[in-house]
Every structure is written in structure tokens, then in C-alpha cells.
Design a protein around this ligand. Structure first.
Ligand code: FMN
Length: 208
């Protein structure tokens, strides 16, 4: 039996991304988000236009999408309810957010240099995607949310995630993304069924 309901959020479970960007003074900001999806070499990011991250991305046109594995959950949780924006926007202040200029220090993660963008990598994240701003699309008013398309310029992968030493194939059985599911943290279970879609992708990549 189904019921019709009116939930506040529809966060059905997506991977957590730590977005690093540069602030106006050249320091780094790091923010957790999870409304992200990928197509080909592009990613669409859903975030508030009032976040420091989106202000930075629209000004600098660059970021790094760092994907934490599930064992980094406590570091990610330490970034919750923090913003790099000063003063803190009123709505966020009411939710208990505070300004934090040193997000890396607060969560205990380490910054490293990227190759093509000035924003830093998060060294502990097994996946680091250097990216360039393409365009933003506003959600229907009165929301401050924007969907922002970025183009992936460079992919850094922890070597242990590669399929049998292959150069360009990530082994999904090794990758353990951190998932946000209705504002709670989850990890993935194991593979449950062979996938018919995987074969043509695998064949196309196998010689690389
Ligand atoms: C696990 C997690 C996932 C989040 N996902 C999103 C999201 O998808 N979109 C968003 O706007 N905010 C999301 N937030 C809230 C942002 O982290 C928050 O807006 C924060 O202030 C952004 O930091 P900044 O202002 O320094 O950019 C998430 C927070 C956590 C802890």
C-alpha cells in the first residue's frame, strides 16, 4: 500500500563530494555537498548561490571535486554546519552554522597542489577531479539554489582502485563512496548482480 506524503527533502542517496575552491584572498575553502551527478566528462552540482563555494566558483571559474571514501566520514561530518562565508547568511545562522576560515585544519584533511587549477586537492580522497566552471542554471524562484555545470579537466585516482593495473578503468568493487541518504551517512553494500550495461563499457576501456 502506498501513501501520498509531503516530505521536506528528497535526498534519496547520492555520493558526498568535498568541493575545494579559492576565496577572494587566495585562501582555500572546502565544503561538503551531495547533490551531484556526472555525465561523460561533465558534472552538475546543486548548491545554494549564497554558499562561499558557489561565490568562489563563479568568480574563479575553477574547483576540485574530491570524493571521500566511506572511511573519511568523521572528517566530512566535522565540516557540517560550517561556512567559509563571513558574515554567515541569516538563514544559515538560524540553522546553527558558523564561519570557519580554516576548513582543512578543522576537519583534519590535507591540501595538496592540483595540476591545472589553483584550488587544492584533498590528499586523503581517493578520487580528485579538477574542474572548470561552464554555466549556472537558477532553480525556480524563490529558491537560491543553482545547478552548476562543470567540465572535468583531470582525473586523479588512488592506484589501488584501478582494475587489475589497467590505466583507465576504475574497479567499482574497490571504490567505497560515502553516501548521503536523507541527511544521514551510509556506505555501499557489495555487488548484487552482474550488469549487462557494464560489458560494452568494459570492452571499450579494456585495452587502455
Ligand atoms: C554531507 C553534506 C552534504 C551536503 N550537500 C549539500 C548540497 O548538495 N547542496 C548544498 O547547497 N549544500 C549541501 N550541504 C550544506 C553545505 O555544506 C553548506 O551549504 C555549507 O555552508 C557550504 O559551505 P560554504 O558556504 O563554505 O561553501 C551539505 C552538507 C553536508 C555535511
Amino acid at each position: 500500500m502506498h501513501k501520498t506524503i509531503d516530505p521536506n527533502i528528497l535526498y534519496f542517496g547520492t555520493p558526498v563530494v568535498l568541493i575545494s575552491t579559492l576565496n577572494e584572498d587566495g585562501s582555500a575553502n572546502l565544503a561538503p555537498m551531495s547533490s551531484a551527478w556526472w555525465l561523460n566528462q561533465s558534472c552538475m552540482l546543486g548548491m545554494s548561490s549564497k554558499s562561499q563555494t558557489m561565490l568562489n566558483l563563479q568568480r574563479e571559474h575553477e574547483c576540485v571535486l574530491n570524493l571521500p571514501s566511506s572511511n573519511l566520514v568523521s572528517s566530512v561530518d566535522r565540516l557540517a554546519l560550517l561556512t567559509g562565508r563571513n558574515p554567515v547568511p541569516e538563514a544559515k545562522e538560524e540553522m546553527g552554522y558558523r564561519y570557519e576560515p580554516d576548513k582543512f585544519g578543522t576537519c583534519g584533511l590535507t591540501s595538496g597542489s592540483a595540476d591545472l587549477v589553483k584550488a587544492p586537492l584533498v590528499k586523503e580522497c581517493p578520487v580528485q577531479l579538477e574542474a572548470q566552471f561552464v554555466k549556472s542554471h537558477s532553480f525556480e524562484e524563490p529558491s537560491s539554489l543553482v545547478a552548476t555545470e562543470v567540465k572535468i579537466l583531470r582525473v586523479h585516482i588512488e592506484e589501488e582502485l584501478l582494475m587489475g593495473g589497467k590505466k583507465n578503468y576504475i574497479n567499482p568493487e574497490e571504490w567505497r563512496p560515502l553516501i548521503m541518504n536523507f541527511c544521514e551517512f551510509f556506505s555501499l553494500g557489495s555487488k548484487i548482480h552482474p550488469s549487462r550495461l557494464a560489458k560494452p563499457f568494459m570492452d571499450a576501456n579494456y585495452n587502455n
